[in-house]
Write a protein that binds this ligand. Sequence first.
Ligand code: DCP
Ligand code: CA
Ligand code: CA
Length: 362
Amino acid sequence: MEISNHNLRKIIHVDMDAFFASVEQRDNPDYRGKPIAVGGLGQRGVVAAASYEARKYGVYSAMSSKIARKKCPFLIFVHPRFEAYKQVSDHIRQIFLEYTDLVEPLSLDEAYLDVTSHKKGKPSATLIAKEIKDRIYQETSLTASAGISINKFLAKTASDYRKPNGIFLIKPEDAEAFVENLPIEKFYGVGKVTAKKMNQLGIFNGFDLKKFSEYDLIRHFGKTGSYYYHIARAIDNRKVEPFRAQKSVGAENTFESDLYEKEDLLFELKAIANDLIERIIKAQAFGRTLTIKVKFNDFKQITRSKTFSEEIETMEQLWDGTCEIFNSVDLKDQKVRLLGLSVSGLGSIEKVGEPLQLTFDF
Ligand code: DCP
Ligand code: CA
Ligand code: CA
């Protein structure tokens, strides 16, 4: 597929280096330059984070402390301090938000930023990423790695490419070749088990992956097959969703007196839908599943849902969907004391292949 410079986005992925371990080394001069493991305490402990010095010995996250100790006899085990990590996490998030509102944290130490349009008047996404890295270092004394590209998948892959303290840009015109040469185990979303299964199918890099049809990949890997099909072609149209952690967004109203007439109920429902669409747009929280909640005057409650083929992004879509579901609800001649509407199914990995229309110069 041809990648043109029109309809492209600018996405940055930032990920802190050896996060928990680096915070401990920062706050404890004794640990600096030494192999340390955060966590892993106790008989059956597991390493949460390993400093880069420890990694030289082959100590990694999720390794049992027993094995870690064998690999590195001088390894220093350190108790985690989650408040300290949370504080850094909040701090870097504030930095990100100075550049764009479209910040989607993936975990405490990493986030996607959509800087297609941003708040600082910078000429390039790479300069923004560099400035963010510098500011993180100046303000927290910690290093981060950043990846820049046209979508989430490529930006995430890029941030990993020059770790630690690295920055890497995958240019639009290089994206396909980059993915073709990428070893399959380096693909975000391909774990050890999947990598092994892919190897058995003769897939060792992006080039091999591209030889498989979407149909065959879905046959072998289920729904995720579609994700693999698209990322093999450097396509990932998932949006950066600031409120991704949020699973649903809703609005409801309890009436001053119970309602009975259908037209009264529809009138109230429309007001609730108006509230909801405002929240959806504000949070950029688009989902495909719409749920109506009805609480009767005896406090019994029912919910009815429907999943639509498209995400609900406009009042028209929301209202059409609401009427469709509401008309199928049997109210059994009972009085209603509360109505609610919610949208769920926000931002899923299956959306990678959906078309996206945007215009800007990279
Ligand atoms: N973490 C954890 N358990 C794991 C993996 C990670 O508790 N199995 C915690 C500790 C890490 C933090 O999450 O410091 C961030 O995880 P990353 O995967 O980003 O790894 P690091 O930041 O430690 O290292 P890297 O420099 O490779 O990003
Ligand atoms: Ca990290
Ligand atoms: Ca991380």
